[in-house]
Design a protein around this ligand. Sequence first.
Ligand code: ADP
Ligand code: MG
Length: 580
Amino acid sequence: MKKNIQIIKKSLLYFRPFKWAIIVIFILGFIQNSLINSSSYVLGKVVDAFNSVDQYNLLLYVIGYILLLVMPLMLKRLINIYDIKHVDFDMFNHIQGTTLFKSLGLSLGQLRREHSGFKQDVLKSGENSLDYLYFIIQEEILPAISSFIVALVGLYFVGIEFFLTAILFSIIYYTHGTYVNAGIKKPLRVQIEKRGERNKVYVDILRSLFFIKFSNQRETATKHLNVVQDDFRNHGVDIWTDYHKKMLISDFLLISYYVIFVYFVYMGLQKGDISAGLLIPTFAWMVMFANAVSRVRNMQRRIAIAISDLEKMFEMLEQKTDLEICENPRSINVFENEISFESVGFDYKDGKKDALISINFNIKKGEKVALVGRSGSGKTTIISLLLRLYDPAQGSILIDGVDLKALELGDWHNMIAYVPQDSDLLDISIKDNIIFGARHKVTDAEIESVLEKAGIKEFIHNLPQGIDTLVGERGVKLSGGQKQRVCIARALIKDAPILLLDEATSSLDSETESVVNKAIWDMLGDKTGVVIAHRLSTILDADKIIVMDHGEIVGIGTHKQLLKSTPYYKKLVDAQNVNL
Ligand code: ADP
Ligand code: MG
């Protein structure tokens, strides 16, 4: 319960910017519903007036009744217009924008680890639940509360026994519902995890549609999805069958309520306390009251689902960072001296073995360092630690003598341009991709210059829409090599003092690669660079080559030195037929 209140409180924060508009809508909605709920009373008056001689009274009541039927409809339209203009769309946009912004508050490591299918499911369901909460309060709860109050007041005036019957019924009915709902809380959480699992598989399949189709695996893929669907379904069927069986009791409660009520009405008629006209609102309020109570209780189930969704979303958005927190991080805007790895060890929590073991090396300012080694040897992991996606499990990384953990991470990232192993582009124009992340206003001349350096100037200028060409989802409209070069251009525009390139030229043909590589070494100029290279021929000029094997460094030196000192390096070189 306490937890639920916390979740509701957190949800309310999302509604805050719309507080006043919502209050206006709720008050008007309440008035509107109360008008509807009072109409049966006036209808009773109409019936009573039939028997009186005063025709004028009858006319008044008929007009009043019609007004009570029509006015709330008109009011509802006005409320809808107001809602659409001031809350509806704006609120969803606000919710989505806020969750996106909060997602970006997660650490890089967390963002990379979390499966995108899960993320999508949790965020989408959470966002929809917030929107839904507002909707059911407005469309279900508020009308129910209005019916509840109007009916109770009305019944009180009809007779205290009606009033008490209603109160007693609502208490028993509601208590039973709460008890049943409490029972499904845990299974519901499991159910949401299963839904996440299903969505993860689905998104995964969607992402690989091309390959699945190509490999004729349509059935396999569908079966793969069916397994998680069935799991979700079976669990859901169990929960809800059980729920509805338990809820059957409440239908008997409802029958008893009506029976008692009708008995009291009968007694009232006998005694002459209830007139024919009063019979109409009495029955109307009886039904209205029962409906209101059961409506709120049925909402409980849907609210329980919404709350579980929200709980999951808040949990995800409020994950504590897995990075060690430094209370007063130092700001950094120049790199003066050196980066050093001191006995750094690291393991991916789900990895079977250590990804890095006791890594020691340093990179002096202005040095061009190459990381080489077979795939899986730990090269990318070194870059990930340097970017502080994760903190080392052992040892430390020092920047100019200061532990990376003590630096302001945003500042540090500003000093690095990074070209990842799998180049990732947004589906915007080439130009916008290139200037994305630049910290200064980029001139056209600058863009021309980096395009030239990255070796794609000619290619881009030959496109019908030139630099304004949209690149497609993840850059599908470009070849692997073109994509990489756009990413290199993007890194160049950033003009940061440190450049990290993770196999940035691996998709290029060897001729283009040597051109682009020359550009990379040139552009490195006096910058500090760490380059992971696929082809050893491209890093022969590095100031320092670090040779990795199974998470360990097996040699450090220049190409010439390593040929002599490190047989493993020589083996790698020989395997690639590098011309010396
Ligand atoms: P390289 O870049 O040299 O090919 P990596 O640094 O990517 O190698 O990987 C080093 C080791 O860590 C490999 O054994 C790899 O399987 C493992 N690894 C890499 N990334 C992850 C990850 N996100 N989760 C678990 N294990 C990982
Ligand atoms: Mg790698």
